[in-house]
Design a protein around this ligand. Structure first.
Ligand SMILES: [Ca+2]
Length: 138
């Protein structure tokens, strides 16, 4: 088993098909382990990466959620994401509540947020996200 990747227990996974009827066949959500933007760039091309710690886990090794599809509830990483890097070609919207509800924050392709520095109210509050691949970067 790849030690960097383990199956993420997403409590809302059973309802995911209903939530994301346009999910591509290769879509997946997982928990990886690593540090820095580089781990997302090298191992997760085309994915959104949400890190457990600030500064993209730069202050300490930790988990990151990797996703290329919408997720209604982040499971083990619910209310635990502290920094994000969108390494996909899709627009990702983060939500503070389950099932794409509550206050939201748009993360464009190749955009990063460290919630210790900016958008601080999103630190440890993100509960769901949507991935919209119809909006291409301009
Ligand atoms: Ca939340």
């Amino acid at each position: 088993m790849n030690p960097k990747l383990r199956t993420l227990t997403v409590t809302g996974l059973a309802g995911l098909a209903a939530l994301t009827s346009t999910t591509p066949a290769n879509a997946s959500v997982a928990a990886a382990y690593g540090q820095g933007i580089s781990v997302c760039r090298q191992d997760w091309e085309g994915y959104f990466c949400g890190y457990e710690h600030i500064a993209f886990n730069g202050t300490g090794l930790g988990y990151l959620l990797v996703a290329n599809e919408s997720v209604g509830q982040l499971g083990e990483l619910n209310n635990r994401i502290a920094s994000v890097y969108n390494n996909s070609l899709c627009t990702v919207t983060l939500y503070k509540d389950d099932n794409q509800a509550g206050e939201s924050l748009v993360v464009h392709p190749q955009e990063t947020f460290d919630f210790y520095v900016v958008e601080r109210t999103f630190n440890d509050t993100v509960s769901s996200l949507s991935v919209d691949c119809n909006e291409r970067p301009t």
